[in-house]
Design a protein around this ligand. Structure first.
Ligand SMILES: *Cc1c(COP(=O)(O)O)cnc(C)c1O
Length: 417
């Protein structure tokens, strides 16, 4: 692969290094997602690497965006977001979770959850601060923590008979007086873990004891299966006052390209984040905001999507098991992690590079969501966690059933290989 960009400078270099993308010659590699998508395009393999739906969201919501364009919602909207969307977010949080949110002072609309996360980390973490995340983690967290000049500390989700579970001992060790932020992603990408009330209570206790602010990434809040229930950590005792809750419309309504996200929390924290957001994007997607305000009134559509995803999850998981993978069945999200060890592959990245040839399917190695070895360490010395997960491959099941059936049929050839 020879996709590179010119060297960035300063903290952007640190960010690229934190994301595992900085090469010895100072150039920056394409992310593994771009590399795997390019591989799928080149080989004609089915792309189960990148997590975006191949069916767009509801017709009525698309029509609402078109109407908004025709009605003239085409210039800068207010920086914090239009009133109707902030109200719809507050109503959604009250209706679903019993949270009381002031739409005027406690809500900020953002360009996807990605911008809300970036602006939050840049606003609240300084050099010398520690930012704790789960591991594996969504790739943008490490880059933003490096951009802020802060130190990234991770707490593993470890494979167990109950799925990937929080390492509570590691959490207690990781969180301390230098911890400024604890970033919690549940339902969790890539493992599909939905943190239990007990796990959330452990995180809440650690945050209260250390004075840390909790930042949540709840973009899969509606996409849970088998009765697993998403509980926002802001609903736990003493937590609303120290939590910034982040979510987005992309995953819930199958409009990942619209990039409408939001955060809510105590007014002072939201104000700090708004100050950064105003110099990143200033404001976000005018005609999409009224459309998402309308969408947020509907809990039935997202439930139907979750039910259909559960069926597709079963289809893919059964296919992966039949192909010879070890699979941890996810309780939420778009993704399943499959371990290639039983097939004789102890390196997920290597398996992903060969999978198009072997089976005409593309996935993403779980190692892309893990820390890269510290500078100076041997590049083949993975962290303890990476050693557990190094054979893992993430596959998405947010594709049409016929596409998944095709993929499962192709994967069956692995067992015969
Ligand atoms: C997709 C995803 C995001 C990005 O959300 P946007 O609203 O598209 O910016 C953030 N976090 C996780 C865990 C995701 O999977």
């Amino acid at each position: 692969m020879t996709m590179t960009t010119p060297s960035p400078t300063g903290r952007w270099r640190d960010a690229a290094r934190a994301a595992g993308l900085l090469r010895a010659d100072g150039t920056v590699a394409a992310t593994i997602f771009a590399e795997m998508t390019a591989l799928a395009t080149r080989t004609g393999a089915i792309n189960l690497g990148q997590g975006f739906p191949d069916v767009d969201g509801p017709h009525a919501i698309r029509q609402a965006a078109i109407r908004a364009i025709e009605a003239g919602h085409n210039q800068y909207p207010p920086g914090p977001g239009i009133r109707a969307l902030r109200q719809a977010i507050a109503d959604h949080q009250h209706r679903r979770y019993g949270l009381d949110v002031d739409p005027d002072t406690e809500v900020l609309v953002s360009t996807g959850a990605t911008e809300a996360l970036a602006a939050t980390i840049l606003a609240l973490a300084d050099p010398g601060d520690e930012v704790v995340t789960l591991e594996p983690f969504y790739d943008s967290y490490a880059a933003c923590i490096a951009l802020a000049g802060a130190t990234h500390v991770t707490v593993p989700l470890l494979p167990s008979p109950d799925g990937f579970r929080l390492d509570v001992e590691a959490l207690r060790t990781a969180v301390g007086p230098r911890t400024r932020l604890i970033v919690v992603n549940s339902p969790h990408n890539p493992t599909g873990t939905v943190l239990t009330p007990t796990e959330l209570a452990e995180i809440a206790a650690a945050a209260r004891a250390s004075g840390a602010v909790v930042v949540t990434d709840e973009v899969y809040e509606h996409l849970t299966f088998d009765g697993a229930r998403h509980v926002p950590i802001a609903t736990l005792p003493g937590m609303a006052e120290r939590t910034l809750t982040i979510s987005s419309a992309g995953k819930t309504f199958s409009f990942t390209g619209w990039k409408v996200g939001w955060l809510h929390g105590p007014a002072e924290l939201v104000t700090a984040v708004r100050t950064v957001k105003q110099f990143l994007t200033y404001s976000s997607g005018a005609p999409f905001q009224p459309a998402i305000a309308e969408a947020l009134g509907d809990d039935v559509g997202p439930r139907a999507l979750a039910d259909s995803l559960a069926t597709r999850r079963d289809l893919l998981c059964e296919g992966l098991v039949a192909a010879g993978f070890d699979v941890v069945v996810p309780q939420g999200t778009y993704f399943v992690v499959a371990d290639g060890t039983p097939l004789g592959f102890d390196d997920g990245a290597e398996l992903c590079r060969r999978l198009p040839d072997l089976a005409g399917v593309v996935g993403v190695p779980v190692s892309a969501f893990c820390r890269t070895p510290a500078p100076g360490a041997s590049p083949d010395a993975p962290s303890d966690l990476a050693a557990h997960l190094v054979a893992g491959v993430r596959f998405t099941f947010v594709k049409r059933e016929d596409v998944l059936r095709d993929a499962v049929g192709r994967l069956a050839s692995l067992r015969r290989a």
